[in-house]
Ligand binder design. Structure first.
Ligand SMILES: Nc1ncnc2c1ncn2[C@@H]1O[C@H](COP(=O)(O)OP(=O)(O)OP(=O)(O)O)[C@@H](O)[C@H]1O
Ligand SMILES: [Mg+2]
Length: 375
């Protein structure tokens, strides 16, 4: 059953159409992430679901109950929707200490003091804020304030969780830990979660389903695996993945062997029945660029530009026929010992786009292996 359902939800601000008509189904128990660039409508969508913003038109149901309908004149206020949420701006009460900020809703719901205290202790320890419960929000750093907002969500234990960039102000180490805590919280509460971020690593690591938004519309919706390996369009292909997917201008032509997509000396067969002629765009993820230190069959000459070791992996920037290409190899490398190399692309991992849309997937199954430097 869908726990959250949006039908043709529209939002206009003055003359600006922020959400042109959104349909979204969120299955009970799933962790769904809205991902997209600044201004694409993530916060607006979340605030409409929370009831903090009224849509201009459409219909919204939570747990099978209609909470907003422009047609039937229904609008259920936020406090009656049974949701827990974290705002992008934290929304802490400045005149209340940390502990009171976290427990306010619980005491207002007349929860027994022992239960309130036990939830407070648990939430404080999960967000690593023990010892700061008697401070006011103004006495905390931005990252600490953000963790108070997360603690409030943890303590409330709602079954629908809405989170708007809850980790944006944390340092890298704490962010990784909090990602784990939020994912655990979602599982422990058996909650249905909508999570907003423009950080694709957060989206990939936490979600069952990612909804990539652009200009208030859904560019693609699918599992992290689908979005990473089978992006429907170039926008999604380029938005997901770090380092970014390589984009190369190619063209399609046919020979006796059938239709082929070509870039420089590189050529790959296309599926039978592909009805395209002329320019196409190749896209290949950096981990599928093979680097050869000697000329190899099907490999294209390239020049190493910059080598960036990251620890367990190394990013190698190259130039190929005047185009920048990034390769990612699964080991630490300070340099490759030579500037002149040859690169090849495994056809199974090349995505071909006709204008913006993906043309075909060569890959039958996705091999999750990385390539290194092939001597
Ligand atoms: N109160 C408002 N009045 C007018 N326009 C608004 C208002 N709130 C949002 N908008 C506009 O609606 C669009 C979507 O904004 P929204 O805040 O949903 O984006 P977002 O995806 O959350 O971006 P970010 O990643 O920067 O938080 C933007 O163009 C924004 O300028
Ligand atoms: Mg936002």
């Amino acid at each position: 059953m869908n726990e959250i359902e949006l039908r043709s939800v529209t939002k206009t601000y003055g003359g600006h159409l922020a959400i042109p008509g959104l349909d979204l189904d969120v299955a009970k128990g799933s962790f769904v992430t809205l991902l997209g660039p600044s201004g694409c409508g993530k916060t607006t969508t979340l605030r409409i679901i929370a009831g903090l913003e009224q849509a201009s038109a459409g219909r919204l149901s939570l747990g099978g109950r209609c909470v907003y309908s422009s047609e039937d004149g229904i609008f259920v206020p936020p406090e009656k929707r049974g949701l827990g949420f974290i705002f992008q701006s934290y929304a802490l009460w400045p005149n209340m200490k940390v502990a009171r900020n976290i427990t306010l809703a619980l005491t207002e719901a007349r929860m027994p003091a022992a239960e309130v205290n036990s939830r407070l202790e648990d939430a404080l320890s999960k967000v690593q804020l023990k010892g700061l419960e008697d401070r006011y929000p103004s006495e905390l750093s931005g990252g600490q304030q953000q963790r108070v907002a997360v603690a409030r969500l943890i303590a409330a234990r709602n079954s629908i969780l809405l989170m708007d960039e809850p980790l944006s102000n944390l340092d890298a180490k704490l962010r990784t830990e909090m990602r784990k805590e939020l994912k655990r919280l979602h599982a422990e509460l058996d909650a249905t979660t909508i999570y907003v971020t423009h950080d694709q690593v957060e989206a990939l690591t936490m979600s069952d389903v990612i909804v990539v938004m652009k200009d208030g519309k859904i560019a693609q919706q699918g599992t992290p695996h689908q979005l990473y390996h089978e992006p429907a369009n170039l926008f999604v292909a380029e938005f997901i993945g770090d380092p970014k997917i390589n984009i190369l201008p190619g063209h399609v032509g046919g020979d006796a062997r059938g239709p082929r997509a070509m870039f420089a000396d590189f050529s790959m067969p296309l599926d039978e029945g592909v009805d395209v002629d002329g320019p196409v765009t190749f896209a290949i993820r950096p981990e599928y660029v093979e680097i050869h230190t000697r000329p190899a069959a099907g490999a294209v000459a390239a020049v190493v530009d910059i080598v960036q070791p990251m620890g367990s992996q190394t990013i190698i920037s190259l130039m190929v026929h005047g185009h920048p290409i990034t390769a990612l190899i699964p080991k630490f490398a300070q340099d490759l010992g030579q500037r002149e190399v040859w690169i090849s692309f495994n056809p199974e991992h090349i995505l071909v786009f006709d204008r913006d849309q993906r043309l075909c997937a060569r890959r039958k199954t996705v091999a999750l292996r990385s390539y290194g430097v092939i001597p």
